[in-house]
Ligand binder design. Structure first.
Ligand SMILES: [Zn+2]
Ligand SMILES: [Zn+2]
Length: 138
């Protein structure tokens, strides 16, 4: 196996372990170091960019820098991601209507939705519940 491929797999594996919590390249590189994987931050960035280009990883730009999360979907599908502002979790929304909307936009408006970075920001159900509890009747 080529060295580059090995690095990419290690990075992807690490990302998957984070599940629905997107991570920064910095965090990822530190974790790989702790695993005894000697890979520079620049390499981690480069590999993440490659993975993002091919659609295997979502790259989400935030005020604090880019976050990365693996994509479990088939290439070519439109993803709609829900990102919680409070806890930072990000989930794929299963929504056939959104796939239809993407197709419709393409057919009617000639607009191609970039399914790699379609994110709705808000508050997840867990954080919503916490909020409701802290404002509940005394
Ligand atoms: Zn996705
Ligand atoms: Zn949350």
């Amino acid at each position: 196996m080529a060295y580059n491929t090995k690095q990419q797999l290690a990075i992807l594996q690490r990302l998957k372990e984070h599940g629905n919590t997107p991570v920064t390249a910095q965090d990822l590189s530190e974790e790989l170091h702790q695993d005894g994987f000697s890979v520079s931050l620049a390499t981690v960035y480069r590999q993440l960019e490659k993975l993002a280009e091919t659609g295997r990883v979502h790259k989400i730009s935030t005020g604090a820098g880019a976050l990365y999360q693996p994509c479990p979907r088939q290439a070519g599908q439109c993803c709609l991601l829900l990102r919680c502002e409070d806890c930072g979790r990000m989930e794929h929304l299963d929504c056939p209507q959104f796939q239809d909307l993407c197709r419709q936009l393409g057919a009617e408006q000639g607009f191609q939705v970039d399914g790699r970075q379609t994110v709705l920001t808000g508050r997840c159900r867990i954080c919503g519940k916490k909020e409701a509890a802290s404002h509940g009747p005394a």
